[in-house]
Design a protein around this ligand. Structure first.
Ligand SMILES: [Zn+2]
Length: 391
């Protein structure tokens, strides 16, 4: 894994073509060169460049034109790029200011902050870019939620990835993690991307979002494997002993129940999309159908818990085994996990966040995470051109 960051160049001899009067409402096509004026610059190489002043023949107003990598303010795009790079690589805003000063390119902490935020705000095209790279279509959309602390509150961040390629497509602040919110968010992403399959963990809200949007779903096999294992481990001692006598009351021997929970675990870990497997799940569930629902305020019996769990796994089955037969329009395959999302959250949202005491503005959460994710998408490629996000 290799990341190259390409700094915006400063080219003192290269000026944009002057196409006419820049003032709104004038429309004058003819301009005269008025004068060349020196412009002091904060940059890693040049202390000064030349700005050209032009005068509009029609309205008489003047305007300035700067060389490539230089704008109205005194800091070059290249120095803003260095500041942004240092920040993304893990330094705080204050630390970046100290480092730049030591290198002889002083920039205030506030100026560093604005450089980073502006670059982050410019990454809005992340989604569009990733879609273009994928030939205009993302068949499988992976989604997950995480939370970050901001000004004393926890914010919900939704992350969307190309489930096949692993690139980050979208990072969004969501008002909450409820099914209605996720449904609208998934719908927006899926329609932009043309995705027909949703990959997620086994949260019910994502199942509802997939169904409401008419999408097929793959529930992460690793999540299901882990929580099936945990359930079996926790239940086994009580099942062996028929601890509350509820198995006896529905006529199931403890040995049969023990065999059932281990069969459930085997089916969940092998995930063979066969008729036999599906029929086995049905058989297990039917054995516990007569277990009574607890009265209000009473605890669930062992038999009833088996009834619920076997139903849940049976219902989950098509979503758990989807990846075995799914194929994208260009023959893409899935691995059945939501690892691409988890990796993206770990690397692009949480890793940078660890060294901070929390964000102060919700916009910062998005700007910084999107910026880091955009760079992450450029891993092993030709490099991330900071000039694309620095004016
Ligand atoms: Zn004019």
């Amino acid at each position: 894994m290799r990341l190259s960051l390409l700094l915006p160049p400063v080219q003192p001899e290269v000026y944009p073509v002057v196409a006419g009067c820049p003032y709104a409402g004038c429309g004058g096509r003819h301009v005269q060169h008025w004068q060349a004026v020196p412009k002091p610059l904060r940059d890693t190489q040049f202390a000064e460049v030349v700005a050209h002043r032009y005068r509009c023949v029609r309205c008489g107003r003047t305007f300035r034109v700067y060389p490539r990598g230089v704008g109205h303010d005194q800091t070059s795009a290249r120095l803003k790029g260095v500041a942004t790079m240092f920040y993304v690589l893990g330094m705080s805003y204050g630390a970046v200011a100290i480092a730049l000063s030591a290198l002889g390119w002083p920039l205030s902490k506030v100026a560093v902050y604005y450089a980073v935020q502006e670059a982050g705000a410019a990454v809005a095209g992340l989604r569009r870019e990733a879609v273009q790279r994928g030939g205009g279509r993302v068949a499988g959309l992976g989604v997950d939620l995480t939370s970050v602390r901001c000004a004393g509150q926890w914010l919900t961040v939704g992350i969307g990835v190309d489930a096949v390629r692993g690139t980050v497509l979208s990072l969004d602040l969501l008002p909450n993690g409820e099914a209605a919110t996720l449904t609208a968010w998934v719908q927006d992403l899926a329609s932009v991307l043309g995705a027909t399959l949703l990959v997620s963990d086994d949260a019910d809200s994502f199942k509802l979002a997939a169904d409401a949007n008419g999408m097929d779903q793959q529930v992460c096999k690793a999540h299901v494997g882990r929580n099936t294992d945990a359930w079996v481990e926790a239940m086994a001692p009580d099942v062996v002993a028929d601890a509350d006598g509820s198995l006896a009351s529905i006529g199931v021997a403890p040995a049969q129940a023990v065999a059932d929970i281990h069969e459930l675990r085997r089916l969940m870990s092998e995930r063979q999309p066969s008729e036999e497997a599906s029929a086995a799940l049905a058989t297990i569930h039917h054995r516990y159908l007569s277990a009574a629902k607890p009265a209000k305020g009473e605890a669930m019996s062992l038999a009833y818990r088996l009834r619920l769990f076997s139903l849940d796994r049976w219902n989950l089955w098509p979503r758990l085994t989807r990846y075995r037969t799914w194929e994208g329009p260009d023959g893409e395959a899935l691995d059945g996990t939501n690892n691409a999302c988890e990796r993206a959250i770990g690397w692009w949202v949480k890793e940078r966040y660890r060294s901070m005491r929390g964000y102060k503005r919700p916009e910062s959460v998005l700007h910084v995470s999107r910026l880091i994710a955009a760079m992450g998408n450029a891993l092993d490629g030709p490099g991330f051109a900071l000039a694309e996000v620095i004016a």
